[in-house]
Ligand binder design. Sequence first.
Ligand code: NDP
Ligand code: TDO
Length: 286
Amino acid sequence: MSKILIIGAGGQLGQCLKTVAERRGISDIVFPTENEGNILEAELLNALLEREKPAYVINCAAYTAVDKAEDEVELSKAVNETGAGYLASACKANQAILVHVSTDFVFEGKEVKLLNEDDVAKPINVYGVTKLGGEQAVASILDEHFILRTSWLYSEYANNFVKTMLKLGAERDELGIIADQVGTPTYAIDLANAIFDIIASGKKSYGVYHYSNEGVTSWYDFAKAIFDISETAVKVNPIPGSAYPTKAQRPAFSVMDKSKIKNEFNLDIPYWRTSLVACISKINNK
Ligand SMILES: NC(=O)C1=CN([C@@H]2O[C@H](COP(=O)(O)OP(=O)(O)OC[C@H]3O[C@@H](n4cnc5c(N)ncnc54)[C@H](OP(=O)(O)O)[C@@H]3O)[C@@H](O)[C@H]2O)C=CC1
Ligand SMILES: Cc1cn([C@H]2C[C@H](O)[C@@H](COP(=O)(O)OP(=O)(O)O[C@H]3O[C@@H](C)C(=O)[C@@H](O)[C@H]3O)O2)c(=O)[nH]c1=O
């Protein structure tokens, strides 16, 4: 496979890419540290790409603290938008193709309808606004880009909803979980495999693509499944979003249509509950 460089390698998706690269025997791949690949430093990125000469760059660096972003607007914008633009410029200067990861939170989510790549993005929180800004920066600077929007990422690595639930389930007898926000969880290992499949295809069909696991659920049903699969005895109560106030608003419905990515790259996407079983088994055997 062509040489690949990962930015934001220390995060959840970065660690999944590393695991999957090892499993698939992908060896021509570089995982710089955050200091070596700081997305806020344009010249550093350019020098890194000049030195490594990757054919593909995968951008996993992001500001992902959705509630905190409401107070840290500048930092969120710098990492998600300005930094993404710097990386796109470095790719342009060094003839690299950029795989940039984005989110379902670019959508307003007020309508119950499958979201496709042409639907209008209208984010309702700072994180979503800055991620949309990142998409626009990438697309305006570099033609050779794949923007992959994904949703509700979890894995055995870093912090995520599954690990939060397993922790809270061990500490408490009862939990209230929002039942009126609907979307699709995505096992970051599956996303990592899809990214390598896209690269391995060598196809140049650049643009925006939606990728999540198959199926639809709410945070409440997701939590129920986590406790069911992990055999954790905790009572889970479905609550409306209004009963769990958060700094950031979240889309009520953000299920994405994945037809485009499946057709273009011939992907077979796992059902969300099947992947959740695989992830919890990994967590338990760690
Ligand atoms: N997590 C989720 O539920 C979802 C994530 N996404 C998107 O998927 C992508 C991957 O997310 P995920 O892996 O979960 O996120 P993480 O927060 O786990 O990883 C992001 C990484 O970016 C790093 N980072 C922050 N600032 C910089 C910087 N200036 N230079 C280089 N690296 C930096 C972070 O380091 P540090 O920890 O030190 O800040 C962290 O290691 C992101 O684009 C995200 O927006 C999309 C949908 C859902
Ligand atoms: C801990 C907890 C959360 N919740 C709710 C709050 C929220 O609506 C939902 C998920 O909470 P989290 O804060 O874990 O997830 P959140 O950070 O909102 O997840 C989002 O992250 C960004 C990065 C994305 O790009 C999105 O796709 C999505 O994955 O669960 C409860 O209802 N009860 C609880 O006890």
